[in-house]
Ligand binder design. Sequence first.
Ligand SMILES: [Zn+2]
Length: 324
Amino acid sequence: MDYYQMGPVKVKPGTTAFGHVPVANRPDGTMVNLPVIVAHGVEPGPTLVVGACCHGDEHEGTMTVIRLGREIDPQRLKGTFIGVPVINVPAFHNMRRGNPYDLYILDMNRIFPGRPDGFLTERIAHTFFQEIVSRADLLIDLHSGANILVQTELVCYERPDSLELAKAVGGPWDILWKGDTFGSGTSNGAAARLGIPSVMLELGGAGGRFDHFEENVDKFVHGIANVMKHFRMLEGTPDLPREYTVVQMLPYPCNHGGLIVPEPGLRLRQWVKQGEKVMSVIDFFGREVEEIRAPFDALVCGRRVYPVVHAGEWAIFLGQRTTE
Ligand SMILES: [Zn+2]
């Protein structure tokens, strides 16, 4: 019988295994590990890696991977599903975006594929890529708006060879975010250098406190099931949108610290005109100290929900229509 093996985790065909891939020792001698869920099908097919929580306060993806690990029937699976419910484990423990053990100096989604001899965040990123992503035919990295933002459904892809995967997410995921907004050290950027089609999905946020948390997890699960159907890992027909909106998306910062006040009625997926006011920043005395206007005709893709803002922090994510 051919086992599928990943570090100490061994999986028989037609079964699902749960385990940990070691990264490094902690000061107390225990290990920093990457948790992995491996569903190994009975028939050959692609290897899909789904990672979550490389930002430690983005938990929609974590719940999604846990659910997929329970719901995928390996007896009906072609190929292999590898889920990592939390990549940045120290950041997750601390409910923060970054890892406190290297003093929050590194954003994991800027330093992929990591370094084996770098800081702890770089070592975790390296293990994720070296041990797990390097086996992938397809990579999906799950993100959300964390504690401070909410995002609508966004499928971020960088290169033409990831477009088929981006479109296969389907369902309500009809906004394709094209380009390398955050540079070459993202999961998408590093996967592209390995020739692996990849997408980053964004949805939700506000620390999971909104009522929509479970609904958003449903949408992630649905999108990944669509991908698995499209690439023939699961039986069934993916449900795909009739058309996609392709945008180049940019986060716009506040230039003045204060309190954020969105324009009345501002909502996600709304188109705003160039020059239209979308937000104010006010001071403690209620005076407007900054107004934020759309620099182009824009789709509102995400916005800050945490009211306090420092100069330079993200206020709103705006998408400009483009082509595939
Ligand atoms: Zn993120």
